[in-house]
Design a protein around this ligand. Structure first.
Ligand SMILES: [Zn+2]
Ligand SMILES: [Zn+2]
Length: 546
């Protein structure tokens, strides 16, 4: 052991679900684990996704020795292209994770900046002062790894997303032997996934889905459409297996599904015979009983295929009465409302909809409480830091750690930005680095702040009022009647009266005004409208002089 400190700094994923990113820092050396995105809550209008705030790294980019990505889900890979805009370091990942990340990077035009190093579970690699051992973990995507990270400060085990599935779809259980071996060496700290810390028992094996799908395929009279995440490769395998058993052809709908399936098949992570797969066009020409389509859109996203099918606005095909739609997923917290709205619409269009609450067509990829206890017993860490989850998940995970005998002062429940330091085998909580999150919308990265989102919310809720004034160049008197335009803002009664009164108000204010006329007017109109209607539309005053 050395007297230098190992610093562990969560940049994302602690205190929230998504945008996972962890910094391991030893001396002037940084190892980054994961760089994910988070999908916005439905009240963040116009935001495509949210990425971690890399601010801490910006003056230390030359310290970064490597980036390790644990698996191919977007909450672990989705911010890589943004990270590479700031950091120039090799990326270490397994083949499938690399394939899926490369698809995203080529879209963002960052593929040429990415130096990938393919690793396999079981490999051991030196990254600066860190000796990193990759071990296989089960999750809802193949080729996931957990990490043993040895620095002179000691051995840390980083679980990544994991579960203990004895009968996984790809036949590869979590590497218990490696975990036991790491344990034997003495584990200074465990950082493990808290996503399901509030779920009792064990997460069911992915295999339970097989019988649920068997029932669906057995009972379906028409087409079957299965919606899932584009990265749920093992679900594609299970749907494919059922399709073979029930003599249906399988088609992938939507660009991300098609691309991910292609990569996974090329790399051997998806075993589907060529004659099983047809294009969507071919599938649409076939007898409904002979096809199953897989698409994205399990979260009720209006622009996804499932969202468009539910509103009858999909380009290539529509829902037909007799279709069976399977939502093979769990709503991400916050999305429940839009998911159920989509389900209702699909029923209205004549589809029979099967979802998690009525049949086990989805199981979680994350460990439940008993698996968490099992991991503690297996790894026997001295210290514990719960990762991946909202504060309630992290706190519950800490409770579970206490149940298996980890003392309270050996557990660090922290949120993004807090640093945890290890020195001479002792853990302490250090400073909190500043940071927040960065919104990405169609227009760019980080130019959209919370205030822009608030404006969009105001617009969506209460509409806007636009007042155009034409003033005399010299006298600054109004030379035309103020033009008042409103959108999304309708007065239940007295609309006429409103325009007249507002015009009068505007004229009076202009007559008495001097500098700062626009702001004054906006404020006056806002107050006036609020007093009259209790609503707060956005008010914009424009001036032109003639
Ligand atoms: Zn995951
Ligand atoms: Zn995750």
């Amino acid at each position: 052991m050395s007297d230098k400190k190992l610093r562990i700094i969560p940049i994302g994923g602690l205190g929230e679900v998504g945008k996972n990113m962890m910094i391991y820092e030893y001396g002037q050396n940084i190892l980054i684990v994961d760089a994910g995105l988070m999908f916005p809550e439905n009240d963040m209008l116009g935001i495509d996704y949210i990425i971690p705030d890399f601010h801490y790294l910006l003056d230390k980019t030359h310290w970064v020795r490597g980036i390790v990505i644990t698996h191919g889900h977007e909450d672990h890979t989705g911010a890589i292209s943004h990270l590479l805009e700031n950091v120039n370091a090799p990326i270490y990942t397994t083949p499938l994770t690399r394939g899926l990340a490369e698809i995203k990077l080529s879209k963002g035009g960052m593929i040429s900046k990415a130096q990938f190093n393919t690793v396999q579970a079981g490999d051991e690699i030196r990254i600066g002062p860190f000796q990193v051992e990759f071990f296989h973990v089960c999750h809802s995507i193949p080729d996931g790894v957990g990490l043993g990270i040895t620095s002179p400060a000691g051995l840390v085990v980083h679980s990544g997303d994991y579960k203990f599935d004895h009968t996984p779809v790809d036949g590869k259980p979590t590497d218990y032997a490696k975990l036991a071996e790491l344990s034997g060496r003495g584990v200074l700290a465990l950082l493990s996934d808290s996503t399901n810390a509030d779920r009792l028992g064990w997460t069911p094996s992915e295999r339970v889905i097989d019988s649920a799908f068997h029932d669906v395929f057995h009972n379906a009279k028409g087409r079957i459409i299965v919606a899932s995440f584009a990265s749920l490769i093992s679900r594609m395998q299970q749907v494919g297996n059922a399709a073979i058993d029930f003599d249906r052809k399988m088609a992938f709908a939507g660009a991300s599904m098609v691309e991910n399936a292609k990569i996974a098949r090329n790399l051997g992570y998806l075993d589907l015979p060529d004659d099983l797969i047809v294009s969507v066009d071919q599938a649409l020409k076939m007898n409904p009983q002979q096809v199953v389509l897989m698409s994205t859109g399990t979260q009720g996203e209006p622009t996804s295929i499932m969202g468009r099918l539910s509103t009858g606005t999909n380009r290539q095909f529509d829902i037909m009465p007799g279709d069976t739609v399977v939502l093979s997923s769990h709503p991400i917290p916050g999305n429940e409302e839009s998911v159920y709205r989509t389900i209702n619409r699909l029923f209205r269009r004549g589809a029979h909809v099967i979802y998690e609450n009525i049949a086990p067509v989805h199981v979680s990829g994350h460990a439940s409480q008993e698996e968490m206890k099992f991991l503690f017993r297996l790894v026997k860490p001295k210290y514990f830091i719960p990762i991946h989850g909202e504060l309630r998940h992290l706190s519950q995970h800490a409770n579970i750690a206490r149940q298996v005998g980890i003392p309270d002062d050996h557990i660090a429940v922290i949120e993004n930005g807090w640093t945890v330091e290890f020195q001479n085998g002792q853990m302490s909580i250090g400073e909190r680095i500043p940071g927040g999150y960065v919104f990405v919308d169609g227009a760019g990265v980080g130019d959209t702040g919370p205030s822009v989102v608030r404006e969009r919310e105001a617009l969506a809720r209460d509409g806007f009022v636009l007042v155009n004034l034409t003033l005399d160049q010299d006298s600054s008197n109004l030379i035309e009647e103020p033009e008042i335009i409103t959108r999304g803002f309708i007065l239940a009664r007295g609309g006429e009266d409103f325009y007249k009164t507002t015009q009068t108000l505007v004229k009076d204010t202009v007559a008495g005004g001097d500098g700062g006329l626009q702001e004054d007017l906006e404020e006056t109109i806002r107050t006036f409208i609020y007093n009259k209607t209790k609503r707060r539309p956005m008010v914009i005053v424009t001036l032109s002089r003639a």
